[in-house]
Design a protein around this ligand. Structure first.
Ligand code: C5P
Length: 293
């Protein structure tokens, strides 16, 4: 039996640069893996089965698509029972589904003697979704192209309070990209500055990290804008958007500082009920698979 931890990510800035001919968008983002995890247990079994703690997330789950693509590529594996315990909120801008699929691909690759960097494995990950290749390694990285061209960056110590509103956005990622207007595109230079001077992410006088989805999200979901405004007034910090939202986060230098901010946010009467998580940055996904029994 194998037990895997699949971490969430935050986007420490996300600029959308252009729409491409294939319908995707080129972007520049800084991914950072954080200590909020889904747990996955994998057993050999007579037939494939996926059990999810939230049964609504079973059909169309990216783990099932990962198994299908693995088989379609002619790669070998045993039949597996996979038990997924979700803690990362779904479709919330935190990469949970992509991380779950990447964790399973890593486990399959490692048990087949492929490295996780093998071209078969990375191209399979990219076909599953734009964020999946990032989660093969995790840690902090720049994502370019549609998010799948990656450059690892050194670890920096940071903590955060993640604020995930109970807001369901149908077909979220696709519809948020479609909602971008001409002024939401930018040239990547603000991200470039954050790459060169990563500690600017803690600069609270700045308008936090840029995120191209912030304007359309706040325009289409004014209740989210009012959550962000209330948090800003109460904490003196501008919340940032992760991915295509709707999760927001506040950065801190230490978990203790994050817990203090969490208490402030928990005391607010927000326009939308929100789940709150205190997290810290994690170095990489290496060592997150444990063999038991
Ligand atoms: O790659 P993924 O399956 O996460 O993308 C979902 C949808 O989001 C795509 O079909 C596309 O409409 C949009 N997308 C995009 N540009 C990206 C990533 C996603 O337009 N870089």
């Amino acid at each position: 039996m194998l037990e895997l931890l699949a971490p969430a990510k935050l986007n420490l800035g996300l600029e959308v640069i252009r729409k491409r001919d294939d319908g995707y968008h080129d972007l520049t983002t800084m991914f950072c893996a954080v200590s909020l995890f889904d747990k996955i247990r994998i057993h050999r079994s007579a037939t494939d089965a996926l059990v999810v703690s939230d049964p609504a997330l079973r059909d169309g789950n990216l783990i099932l698509r990962a198994l299908d693509l693995w088989d379609a590529a002619g790669l070998n594996r045993p039949a597996l029972e996979i038990i997924l315990r979700k803690r990362i909120p779904a479709a919330a801008g935190l990469g949970g589904a992509s991380s779950d699929a990447a964790a399973v691909i890593r486990a399959l690759a490692e048990s087949s003697d492929f490295g996780t960097g093998a071209p078969e494995v990375t191209s399979l990950a990219a076909r599953l979704g734009s964020d999946v290749p990032y989660f093969l390694r995790g840690g902090r990285a720049i994502g370019e192209g549609r998010g799948d061209l990656l450059r690892p960056l050194p670890y920096i110590r940071l903590a955060a309070v993640i604020i995930t509103p109970a807001l369901e956005i149908a077909d979220k990622t696709r519809s948020m990209y479609a909602a971008l207007g001409p002024d939401d595109f930018s040239d990547g230079s603000r991200l470039q500055r954050l790459i060169e001077e990563p500690y600017l992410i803690f600069d609270r006088r700045d308008a936090s990290m840029p995120n191209a989805f912030e304007r359309p999200l706040y325009a289409f979901y004014p209740e989210l804008a009012s959550v962000a405004a209330a948090i800003r007034v109460a904490t003196g910090q501008i919340p940032s958007v992760s991915g295509a939202g709707p999760s927001l986060y506040l950065l801190a230098r230490t978990l203790r500082e994050a817990h203090d901010m969490r208490r402030i946010v928990a005391g607010l009467n927000l326009a939308v009920p929100c789940a709150l998580f205190c997290v810290r940055a994690i170095r990489s996904n290496a060592g997150f698979a444990k063999r038991r029994g």
